[in-house]
Ligand binder design. Structure first.
Ligand SMILES: [Zn+2]
Length: 446
């Protein structure tokens, strides 16, 4: 068994190194990503199974790969293991190693994508190939999907596939990033499963004014001054806390000290209680329970001596499950208040998604991770960013964000490395997630 574990570890490390070195950097431009490089690597790696691989390339280089072990029983559940193959850009000056070197040191693999999410894309492929080679004959179909373009809204990856190839990728259950880092609790490690994901309501605000000579600013209608007040109002806006069932279950199952639990479950005093918490925890708790407004971009003015007549603001608004477009717009109007006559709003609503917890996949994940990580239990959690899960949930799948990480990788480290510097993953985590996929496929599909 120890030898088997070592063999798995070495196999995932090797594949992960290849994926990191392929540098599939997605900066949002159509011509970036080059995910065909990682698809080539994966196709070659999986080719030995003799299974068919389907390739989809809606734009040159923006390639995704799908392969399946067909089940024998059409009534049995189907499981899709999905990993994205693209990574976000790096600023090498902030790194202590080559971000695309994939060095291994002290049991860690270093490089862009090591935790987001080439680690899981690799471990899923390793589990899939091992099952295929062992002659795995499941009742339900097991699919492996490596998708392009997750880091730029999934336009040429998961979004495109769910729109253009719905029959190929249909699945009862989907597993993808992220979750499964061990959070200590008095009752043993707790493993968060991302069962819901906040929505985005990205808005562009155009603030209007009247141009004039800046040498006479008295009583002018300066769009920049108005925009500054709009930004201040957005930053100060305080929509009420909404403690969802997922949030409540999370807090209860974490077995926090009583004072902390009480504060985190008290809708009336919630916002005041946040003020007393360390900033990292407060920020996370706040975003899981509120619609958030973050002004992030401002462009305006043309010349030092001209009173500007137009300023453009971008606002990153994140919405909660069940929240409608109308409700979010009403909040935005409420925040802007009486300055609304000076502002034009253009918004793009991409609503929140969630999956139920009373499913066979939840039970299977709990059993498998309980064996691999002694004394652990699952807790439901809320993804404040977006993942490809949203497209599959909307298509009718139960989608969870999960993986499995060792205790060497603490949640704080994990969070800091996501799109950050010195991204790295330890080999124990790579082995654990591979063994998790193997156990889940065996349990759920046979
Ligand atoms: Zn990711």
């Amino acid at each position: 068994m120890a030898d088997e574990g070592t063999a798995i570890t070495n196999e995932v490390i090797d594949l992960l190194q290849h994926l990191i070195r392929n540098e599939c950097v997605n900066d949002g431009a159509l011509g970036s990503g080059h995910e065909n490089r990682n698809v080539d690597t994966l196709a070659q790696y999986l080719g030995e199974t003799g299974l068919e691989t389907e390739l989809y390339e809606p734009q040159p280089g923006r390639e995704s790969l799908l392969t399946k072990i067909e089940g024998s029983d059409p009534e049995a559940p189907t499981l899709l293991l999905m990993g994205h193959t693209d990574v976000v850009p790096v600023n090498p000056s902030g790194w202590s190693r080559d971000p695309f070197g994939a060095d291994v040191d002290d049991g860690f693999v270093w490089g862009r994508g090591a935790v987001d999410m080439l680690n899981l894309t690799a471990s899923m492929a390793v589990a899939f190939r091992r099952l295929a080679r062992s002659g795995f004959k499941p009742r339900g179909t097991l699919a492996y999907l490596a998708v392009a373009d997750e880091e730029a809204l999934g336009t040429w990856g998961a979004k495109w596939l769910t729109e253009h190839e719905p029959d190929a990728i249909v699945a009862d259950y989907v597993l993808t990033e992220s979750g499964g880092f061990q959070i200590p609790s008095p009752n043993g490690p707790r493993l968060p499963v991302m069962v819901e994901e906040k929505g985005t309501y990205w808005s562009q605000l155009t603030v209007r004014g009247t141009p004039g000579h800046a040498s006479q600013p008295f009583r002018t209608d300066n769009a920049l001054v108005t925009a500054a007040e709009v930004v201040r109002r957005l930053a100060d806006y305080r929509p009420p806390a909404r403690l969802s069932e997922t949030w409540r279950t999370y807090v209860e199952r974490m077995h926090f000290p009583p004072e902390l639990s009480k504060g985190l479950l008290d809708p009336g005093g919630f916002d005041e209680f946040l003020e007393t918490l360390p900033v990292g925890l407060a920020r996370l708790a706040h975003s899981c329970t509120h619609t958030t407004f973050a002004p992030t971009v401002a462009h305006g003015g043309t010349k030092t001596n001209i009173i500007p007549d137009s300023v453009e603001l971008q606002v990153d608004i994140r919405t909660l499950p069940g929240q409608t477009s109308e409700e979010t717009r009403a909040m935005l109007l409420d925040a802007i208040g009486d300055l609304i006559d000076h502002v034009e709003i253009e918004s793009n609503d991409d609503p929140s998604t969630e999956s139920p917890r009373d499913t066979a996949l939840w039970d299977v994940l709990g059993r498998a991770s309980g064996r691999l990580c002694e004394g652990s239990a699952l807790v439901p959690f809320i993804m404040t960013g977006g993942t490809d899960n949203r497209f599959f949930r909307r298509a009718g799948s139960v989608g969870y964000g999960f993986g499995l990480f060792s205790r060497r990788l603490r949640f704080e480290d994990y969070a800091a490395m996501f799109h950050g510097n010195d991204e790295r993953v330890d080999q124990e985590s790579l082995r654990l997630s591979t063994e998790l996929w193997l156990a889940v496929a065996e349990d759920l599909l046979t």
